[in-house]
Design a protein around this ligand. Sequence first.
Ligand code: CU
Length: 317
Amino acid sequence: MNMMKTNVLSCAAVAMIAGIFAPEANANTVKVTMTAMENEVVINNNGDKYPAWTFDGAIPGKVVRVTEGDEVDFTLINPASNKNAHSMDFHAAEVHVLEEFAPVKPGESKHFVFKAKRAGAYMYHCGASAMVEHIARGMYGLIIVDPKKFTKDFPKADREYVLIQSQLFPAGTSVADLLENKGWTNALINGKPFNYDPVHDPKASGTILHAKPGERVRIFYVNANINMPIAAHPIAGIWDRVYANGSPKNVLYDMQTYGLPVASAAAMDIVSPADKATANAIVDHTMSAALRGAITVLINSDDAPADAGKGDNILPR
Ligand SMILES: [Cu+2]
């Protein structure tokens, strides 16, 4: 090995020790594939069916989770059996709206890559025309971009839950009526009214949110409504911290209610009293939404299941 090569190598070693190369070395490419589907889904706790448009068959689509600096290598498949063009609009992507986010015709697919540069919680949705119909019929989800490091200002939570709220319109509602917000019947939480609320709907699946007293529970709340803001409030509790857009840089303390505009998301932490069992009802305090389905029960007790709100269980189905 000649002297120059040795010097270059030792410079590289010093740089790596200093952490200069570390971000690149740690950056990953995360492959994500979704299939646009025009399929029926069960839309409430009675088992009623609804002619949805979905990513991969379910409302909402799966949670995509990457780390700040990762490259997302994305493919959208639109099967020939579909009748409509569909597309993908990741709010975490900084790209060309007419290229990466362009509509994909039935029988075609689209591939694009973007770097998730900014930590936060971002909605994704179909943006094909008429966008209002594609969102209203179920084509939305959440991408979480975790920071490279958790700190005391943005600690790792003990449990995490994703709540994505949307509006249900009767099948066949016209685009004109959707734009006027006419006729919506229910507020959906992860695709069903009162999905995790057996108090207001005895037919609810029985799935609720669980934590142990004193644990830090982080709610990723997404507004996938087409026309209405959300007033997110934890009844019988106070948000310990709210991270606007889910970003570690945007912290608010001691919030009773946090407003989520359409197409936004936030990470909201609640820490229940450590010395007793309690329960909260996480609501959209906008009454027309709460009483139409936007209520979620969180039970804080010592017998919380160990795996609730962890790993793949952050979006209860
Ligand atoms: Cu679509």
